[in-house]
Design a protein around this ligand. Structure first.
Ligand code: ARG
Length: 461
C-alpha cells in the first residue's frame, strides 16, 4: 500500500519521471533516526494539546519504537513511491499502528519544519564527531612537535629560505588553524541549536502545540522565533559547509608541505608504509596519496559550499523545493571529512622526520642575514643602515661562493666598522632561534610554552 502525503486534490498519481526526480530517500534516509525522535516529541505535544488520549500516545510511542527497531535492523526500508524519508516513515508507522492512529501523527507539522530540524540534529552530532577527529589530529601534531622540539629547519616565505625556525614551531603553525576550526564548530552549534518544529509549512500551527517543548526534547535550547525563517533559512547548513571547506583548505596546506617534504629534493620526511602507496609499474615508488587526496578533497569541499550558496542565492521565502538540494552537498562534506580525517591523522602521527637534513639546510640561503641586521640594531645602528650592511655581507658571500659564518673578521670590518667579531654570536642557527624570544616566537622556551597551551586547548575542548 502506497501512502502519498498529498493525494487528496489529485485525480491521479505522479508520473514515474516525476517520482524519480523527486526522490530523496537515497540520501535523506540517514535522517530516519532523527525523524523518529522528532515524531516522539511531536506525539507528546499533540497529547499535551489535547489532540491524543493517553492510550493513543502510548500506542504511538510503542509503534515508533517498533518502527525504529525495524529501520535499525534493515527490516523496513524506503521504496521508490516513498519520495522522501518522512513519507517512507509515515508509511512504516501506519503499517505498524493502523491508518486511524497513524494518520493523526502528522497534525500540526509539515515536512518543511521537519526537514530543517532533522538536518540540524544530524549536523550537530556530526559536528561533535568532526571536532573530536580534529582534536586527534591536533594532538598528533603536538606529539610530533614535542618529539622534535630541538630540530631546526629552514623557515620559508615565498617558498624561499627566510629564517631558521624550530620544526615544532612550524608543525604547531598547522595545528592552531585546526583548533580554530574546532572553535568554529562549537560556535556554529549555538546558531544551529534552534528547533524549527512548530513552524509548520511556513506560518506556524493553529493546534496549540508547544514548539519549545519539542525543542527541549530534541536537545535544542530554543525554537525558531519566526516560522518563515524557521522553514526557509539554510544559512546554518551553509555555515557548516563553510567550516568543512575551511578544514579541507587547512588540511590541503599541510598536505602540500608533506608532498614537497617527501620529495628526493627536500628529503625532509619519510612516510610510513601503512600511510603511503606504491606504483603499479614503478617498483621503487612510495607516494603521498593521503596528502594528495586531502588536497584534492579540499576542492570538493569548497565545491559543496559553492553549490549550496548558489542554490540559496535569490531564493524567495518561504520553502521552495530547491531547498532539498541542501542535503547532498552537506552530507558529502560530512562523508568526505569522515574518511579523510582518520587517514590524515595516521599519516601525520607516523611521519618520520630527517632531522640531519633539516638542520643542514636551516642556515643555508643566507637565512641568518636578518640576525646580522638585528644584532646591529641592538648596537644602535638604524635598521635601514643595518639592512644595507647585512645585505652587503650576503653580496660578499655570493661573490665568493661562501656562507655568512665563513666571512673573516677582516671581511666584516671592511663591510662596516659596526661589524665586530661579536656578530658571530648570532651567526649560528641556535643563536638565531634563541634570540626570537618574544611571545609567539620560535625560541625554544617560547615554543615549549606554546606546546603547553596547545595541549591545553586539546584538553579543554
Ligand atoms: N524533502 C524535502 C526537503 O528535503 C522536504 C519535503 C518538503 N516538500 C514539500 N513539497 N514541501 O527539503
Amino acid at each position: 500500500q502506497v501512502t502519498r502525503l498529498w493525494g487528496g486534490r489529485f485525480a491521479g498519481g505522479p508520473s514515474e519521471a516525476l517520482a524519480r526526480l523527486s526522490l530523496s530517500t537515497h540520501f535523506d534516509w540517514r535522517l530516519a533516526r532523527h525523524d523518529i525522535a522528532g515524531s516522539r516529541a511531536h506525539a507528546r505535544v499533540l497529547r499535551r494539546a489535547g489532540l491524543l488520549s493517553a492510550e493513543e500516545l502510548d500506542a504511538m510511542l510503542a509503534g515508533l519504537d517498533r518502527l525504529e527497531e525495524d529501520v535499525a535492523s534493515g527490516a523496513f526500508t524506503p521504496v521508490l513511491e516513498d519520495e522522501d524519508v518522512h513519507t517512507a516513515l509515515e508509511r512504516g508507522f501506519i503499517e505498524r499502528v493502523g491508518a486511524d492512529l497513524g494518520g493523526r501523527l502528522r497534525a500540526g507539522r509539515s515536512r518543511n519544519d521537519q526537514i530543517v530540524t532533522l538536518v540540524r540534529m544530524y549536523l550537530r552530532e556530526q559536528a561533535r564527531a568532526i571536532a573530536a577527529e580534529l582534536l586527534d589530529l591536533v594532538a598528533a601534531l603536538a606529539d610530533q612537535a614535542e618529539a622534535h622540539d630541538d630540530v631546526a629547519m629552514p623557515g620559508r616565505t615565498h617558498l624561499q629560505h627566510a629564517q631558521p625556525v624550530l620544526l615544532a614551531h612550524h608543525l604547531m603553525a598547522h595545528a592552531w588553524p585546526l583548533v580554530r576550526d574546532v572553535e568554529r564548530l562549537r560556535d556554529w552549534d549555538r546558531r544551529a541549536a534552534v528547533s524549527a518544529y512548530g513552524s509548520g509549512a511556513l506560518a506556524g500551527s493553529s493546534l496549540g502545540l508547544d514548539p519549545e517543548a519539542v525543542a527541549t526534547e530534541l536537545g535544542f535550547p530554543s525554537s525558531a522565533e519566526n516560522s518563515i525563517d524557521g522553514t526557509a533559512a539554510r544559512d546554518v547548513v551553509a555555515e557548516f559547509s563553510f567550516v568543512a571547506a575551511m578544514i579541507g583548505v587547512d588540511l590541503s596546506r599541510i598536505s602540500e608541505e608533506v608532498i614537497l617534504w617527501a620529495t628526493k629534493e627536500f628529503s625532509f620526511v619519510t612516510l610510513d608504509d601503512a600511510f603511503s602507496t606504491g606504483s603499479s609499474i614503478m617498483p621503487q615508488k612510495k607516494n603521498p596519496d593521503i596528502a594528495e587526496l586531502a588536497r584534492g578533497k579540499a576542492g570538493r569541499l569548497v565545491g559543496d559550499l559553492a553549490g549550496l550558496l548558489t542554490t540559496l542565492k535569490g531564493l524567495p521565502l518561504a520553502y521552495n523545493r530547491d531547498l532539498q538540494e541542501d542535503k547532498e552537498p552537506v552530507f558529502d562534506a560530512v562523508d568526505t571529512l569522515d574518511v579523510l580525517l582518520p587517514a590524515f591523522t595516521g599519516m601525520i602521527a607516523t611521519l618520520r622526520f630527517n632531522r640531519e637534513r633539516m638542520e643542514e639546510l636551516a642556515p643555508q640561503g643566507f637565512s641568518l642575514a636578518t640576525d646580522i641586521a638585528e644584532w646591529l640594531v641592538r648596537r644602535g645602528v638604524p635598521f635601514r643602515e643595518a639592512h644595507e650592511i647585512a645585505g652587503a655581507c650576503v653580496r660578499a658571500c655570493e661573490e665568493r661562493g661562501i656562507d655568512l659564518p665563513e666571512l673573516t673578521d677582516a671581511d666584516f670590518a671592511a663591510i662596516s666598522p659596526h661589524l665586530t667579531s661579536g656578530v658571530r654570536d648570532v651567526l649560528t642557527v641556535g643563536g638565531s632561534l634563541a634570540s626570537r624570544a618574544s611571545k609567539g616566537g620560535t625560541a625554544p622556551e617560547r615554543v615549549a610554552e606554546q606546546l603547553e597551551r596547545l595541549r591545553g586547548e586539546v584538553a579543554r575542548h
